[in-house]
Design a protein around this ligand. Sequence first.
Ligand SMILES: Nc1ncnc2c1ncn2[C@@H]1O[C@H](COP(=O)(O)OP(=O)(O)OP(=O)(O)O)[C@@H](O)[C@H]1O
Ligand SMILES: [Mg+2]
Length: 510
Amino acid sequence: MTIKDGSIDPKIGLLRDISAIITSVLDLDQLLGLIIDTATRIMDAKASSLLLVDEERKKLRFFISTGEKKEKLKEYDLELGEGIAGWVAENGKPLLIEDVKNDERWNSKIGKALDFDVKSMACYPMKVQKRVIGVIEIINRKDGKPFRKRDMDILSAFTELVTNAIEKARRYRNVSKENIFLKKKFEKSYQIIGKSKAVKDVISDALKVADSKANTLLTGESGTGKELMARLVHNNSPRKRGPFVTVSCGALPETLLERELFGHEKGAFTGADKMKIGLFEAADGGTILLDEIGEMSQTMQVKLLRVLQESSFFRIGGTSSIQVDVRIIAATNQDLTTKVKEGSFREDLFYRLHVVSIKLPPLRDRIGDIPILIDHFLERHTEEYNSIKPTITKEAMERMVNYHWPGNIRQLENAVERAVVMGNGKEINSDDLPIDITRRELDIVKVGSTLKEAQERFKKEFLAKTLDYTNGNRTKAASVLGIQRTYLSRLLKELNVPGGRRRIMQSEVE
Ligand SMILES: Nc1ncnc2c1ncn2[C@@H]1O[C@H](COP(=O)(O)OP(=O)(O)OP(=O)(O)O)[C@@H](O)[C@H]1O
Ligand SMILES: [Mg+2]
């Protein structure tokens, strides 16, 4: 922009300086404040406002203002097309008005209500790719003279410079909000639900081992939450800011697993056209979960043992050894002790891996947790699909509590999800459940036993189940069963019902 004599207006230079500051601010409120203060200053104005288009309500909001009426103005908004700022927003064109009283677009309502004498006005639309996102409105020069074309040139240069900064800060705010939402969702999906003694014991053991670097073996049936527990250990360990890497040792053929774990040098085998680091390197400073460790081949077991002994390894085709600081957690749903006895799992590796071991209880041993787990999955499902949380009929709940859940929590989660999809949206009935309850009942009644034996087995099973349901609370269990607490205690003793039937951690240091 040049003045008549060809020199650049010094205010334009000032604008460039200010713009450098403004475009570096990402906090939207702070940025808008800075913009409007600067606009008032460079325009030598008495007051100004920044109005933003509310796309949903199709209105123009006084977002932030300067001048003596700045707080009051926030209570107002304009229709698009209403008043001078509304006209600018609707038409996407600037307006320079020397005396507003002579302009038919002028709407004196707000000026009168605020008892503010508006004389001259300069208004400029803020546009992002032809879309008007707001308006900057400057009111009354300090020296009492009307705004001129030169003022408008400055306002136009200023508005164009700051509009992109506003759009950037808005996008940044949206992304931050989304980030917080996703983080919460992520954390929720790794939340361990359960208040039964069995789960509390497991969690407390996991937290105890988290602090150390001790290799930990997680055992338990499929779907009991071994991976979830491994994450809990990692997230509560001093290496929580490091990576958490999982690898399923059963899912890959031996050669591929080796490449995955150790990486390879360029040209190590056909197709290795680039060097690639393996998961042990990727997990440096963090934790690696070796899932389904029981499925690992003998050859891989030897290679893994070497890593455990030396904390170092070679990439495939590599000649220099690589040192890593990785905590190893192994998980399996197999009985490794038996595998060791049979000779299919190396004893030395077994002892290296299970410095500490934690056994995850099957769901049928913690049926007291079933209702809260159901609630948790219902909530998660409802949030995911933005739907209303259905209720569960008493019959359906009873059926779920009594089912034996061979697939444990994963199966329960799937059952809840399916029931929500199959149900009527309001209520989950037992017909919506993909489970067959009869099997469990038949398991107890084995033909070939005497009636007395069958009765005893039933009693034992039934009492243990009820105790699980009440989280081991005998008084509550007696009340549910409709018997005296003392009688219950006697029965438990006579029938040898395992009271504290889950002892979870055993700590063995080599
Ligand atoms: N206590 C719990 N609270 C909430 N969700 C759980 C809990 N335990 C397990 N889950 C959920 O159940 C599913 C199975 O858990 P996870 O994958 O950790 O089991 P796993 O023991 O590793 O199973 P597998 O042996 O089949 O690999 C996951 O979706 C997990 O989020
Ligand atoms: Mg798993």
